[in-house]
Write a protein that binds this ligand. Structure first.
Ligand code: FES
Length: 396
């Protein structure tokens, strides 16, 4: 590498070093926002991955559970705001436009996701949100640097006002010595004859301060240029996000709905929202069945559980959400529904799958086994029997 290319590289290296991070975070946040907007299931309260389901799941375990509960009353609006904010933050990071604000927004979103969803992830580094939060911080500190619209717009504002451009130039210190007028046989006349060195060099330490009125003019011009650019890019982004939302609704595949009946301890099902399994059947010949009421706590009527489907209940032992399935007539299996990754409530998907809406872990509902991470361990199974009275009993 020729010497001046090397010095140019070293001057720009700090700005270049942030480019991959800006690119990754920008693309990821734009993608995440567009994905939410294009996915009709994200706004469908009955879908496993919907914003409503995620809020309900997180409410129970998050340290900001009461805030999430409040947010659940306007979940669709919240979902749209989050998606648009992700797109805005991503575009800002990618283009280097209002970069520090974009980084602050990205860090705030990541902190919100961390508190709402990933707070209980163990070990903590399994959760992506904590990594995103810390990845935004270098950009927040350093700003956009050389390779950014921020920089281009500032230079344009200065050019329009005929003010010299800003920025470091790569210059050999030997040239500084020759030009400064204070160098004298290895000594610096400006520093009282002290040894000439780079760090205390008074020429390099000089800054050209603009008069306050000129600086205000530059700021005003730069702000107007930025506002015009943001307006143009924002309008384009709105068109793209709107088109993404429409196309998503036209072409997105319909997913299985996850709502299942909820058992009522007195016997009748409390809700009977259709699930993707088959309809409830008459009381089955079960295994095991006991003549006397079995030890344990009744959770509801066995007939409320569809054959080949599932019903939801709260485990009387610990109050946690759970599912009971009837894979074949008279056979019942119950499984805890708290994801072992970060504590979200998993959603039932026909015929015997459980999907976590938070980070996509999948489990086998009949065994609790992890089918897809990031969940580290299986879901606990719950011992269950059917009494002669046709009700299901959880053994404590
Ligand atoms: S909470 Fe992260 S996958 Fe379930």
């Amino acid at each position: 590498m020729p010497p001046d290319a090397r010095s140019k590289w070293s001057v720009r290296a700090p700005d270049l070093a942030l480019l991959p991070l800006r690119g990754f975070l920008g693309l990821t946040f734009v993608f995440a926002g567009l994905q939410k907007l294009s996915d009709p299931n994200f706004f469908d309260s009955s879908a496993a991955g919907s914003i409503q389901t995620q809020l309900r799941s997180s409410e129970r375990t998050s340290p900001i559970g009461s805030l999430l509960h409040g947010g659940s009353h306007f979940a669709v609006l919240l979902g749209v705001v989050i998606a648009l904010a992700e797109v805005a933050v991503g575009v800002g990071a990618l283009l280097g436009l209002w970069t520090r604000w974009a980084a602050a927004g990205g860090a705030a979103l990541s902190a919100g996701f961390l508190l709402a969803v990933s707070w209980h992830t163990r070990p903590y580094y399994y959760g992506a949100d904590v990594v995103f939060l810390f990845a935004w911080i270098p950009i927040l500190i350093a700003g956009s640097g050389w390779y950014s619209l921020d920089r281009l717009l500032l230079e344009r504002a200065r050019r329009e006002l005929r003010i010299p451009p800003l920025g470091p130039v790569s210059i050999d210190f030997g040239i500084v010595r020759r030009l400064c007028g204070a160098y004298d046989a290895g000594r610096c006349k400006q520093r009282g004859g002290a040894e000439c060195a780079v760090a205390p060099c008074p020429v390099l330490a000089k800054h050209v301060e603009l008069k306050p009125s000129v600086a205000a003019g530059v700021n005003r011009r730069e702000f107007l240029l930025r506002a015009r650019t943001v307006g143009g890019i924002g309008a384009g982004a709105l068109v793209v996000t709107g088109a993404t939302a429409v196309l998503g609704r036209l072409f997105a595949p319909t997913r299985h709905r996850s709502l299942v009946p909820t058992l009522n301890a007195r016997g009748a099902p409390a809700t009977t929202t259709p699930s993707s399994g088959s309809a409830p059947t008459s009381p089955p010949a079960t295994t095991p069945t006991t003549a006397a009421p079995p030890a344990g706590t009744a959770i509801g009527s066995a007939s409320a559980v569809p054959v080949g489907g599932a019903a939801a209940f709260n485990d009387p032992g610990n109050g946690e959400p759970a599912y009971v399935l009837q894979p074949s007539t008279g056979q019942y299996v119950a499984v805890n529904a708290v994801c072992t990754h970060a504590g979200c409530t998993v959603q039932y998907q026909s015929p015997h799958g459980l999907v976590c809406p938070c980070h996509g872990a999948e489990f086998d509902a009949l065994t609790g086994a992890v089918l897809r991470g990031p969940a580290p361990t299986p879901l606990p199974m719950i011992p269950i029997t059917v009494g002669a009275d046709g009700r299901l009993y959880v053994q404590s």
